[in-house]
Write a protein that binds this ligand. Structure first.
Ligand code: 4GX
Length: 252
């Protein structure tokens, strides 16, 4: 049985608690397919004010996460799983961009994944140098902290673990697997306020439905995210359909 094992180091474990205790992630944890442990960095401070941050050397604005509590916390995480290997990941805007491929890689990772979430503007560089294997970013924008980024990574990787999604849901799992955007979906009624469901979906012709879906995926990708076509898995038939769509949509 494959499982995703994650330790999250954070100053605000409460940010993760809600999302991990709802819906699919909650069920995955109950089924032992997802094991997430959160650790509060503040518990590893030594002074009576439990100081985790300090002002930067060299005099600039903002605060920096201190190295001592992070080193201590990481030592405690490792001591709690003796003999286990870890992949330590820092979430920050300076990281390599996290995408579906990275999610796949994490979902197949046998080591425990240690996610380090900074809150404040920065983290002491000695943490990065001594403790971090990889630095990842979930996108080119700035968050208030790494916790929401850690949740994105956990969520995207967990749903790829076999058994996390039910049969009904897992049909959707591949929609990014081939690098294309999803096709449109419809449910009852067949006509709603004058808006009709495409005829082919009511036809019962499975082959025609599959062709329609593929075509719609290609169309959505061409119109909304043409950059994805460069790396998508395309058949010769896909390429023909794309050429035809480009002509029709005036994309040439
Ligand atoms: N994708 N942030 C981290 C503080 C920080 C800065 C530098 C360590 C080093 C982000 C993102 C993100 C804001 C999380 C700054 N910690 N994380 N935080 N985009 O914007 O992952």
């Amino acid at each position: 049985m494959r499982a995703l094992k994650v330790d999250v180091l954070t100053l605000f474990p409460g940010i993760l608690a809600g999302p991990l205790n709802e819906s699919i992630l909650k069920r995955a944890r109950e089924k032992k397919l997802l094991d997430v442990r959160t650790w509060n960095i503040r518990d590893f401070t030594e002074d009576k004010h439990k100081t985790a941050d300090d002002s930067p050397y060299g005099g600039e604005a903002g605060m920096v996460l201190k190295p001592e509590p992070v080193f201590k916390a990481m030592e405690a995480v490792k001591a709690a799983s003796p003999g286990e290997a870890f992949l330590t990941v820092l979430l920050s805007p300076q990281g390599r961009l996290f995408d579906h491929r990275e999610a796949e890689r994490f979902s197949r990772e046998s080591r425990r994944i240690l996610l380090l979430c900074g809150h404040y503007e920065a983290i002491d560089e000695r943490v990065r140098e001594a403790l971090v294997d990889e630095e990842l970013s979930i996108g080119d924008y700035v968050l208030t902290g790494g916790e929401t980024a850690a949740l994105v990574v956990i969520d995207a990787a967990a749903r790829l673990i076999p058994g996390v999604l039910g049969d009904e849901e897992s049909a959707y799992r591949d929609s990014f697997g081939d690098g294309l955007l999803d096709h449109p979906h419809y449910t009852r009624p067949a006509e709603f306020r004058g808006m009709k469901v495409p005829e082919v979906l009511l036809s019962g012709n499975h082959e025609a439905v599959s062709k329609w879906r593929r075509r719609e995926s290609l169309k959505a990708t061409l119109l909304k995210r043409p950059d994805l076509l460069a790396t998508a898995e395309l058949t010769d038939e896909d390429r023909k359909v794309l050429e035809e769509l480009k002509r029709k949509l005036g994309k040439n």
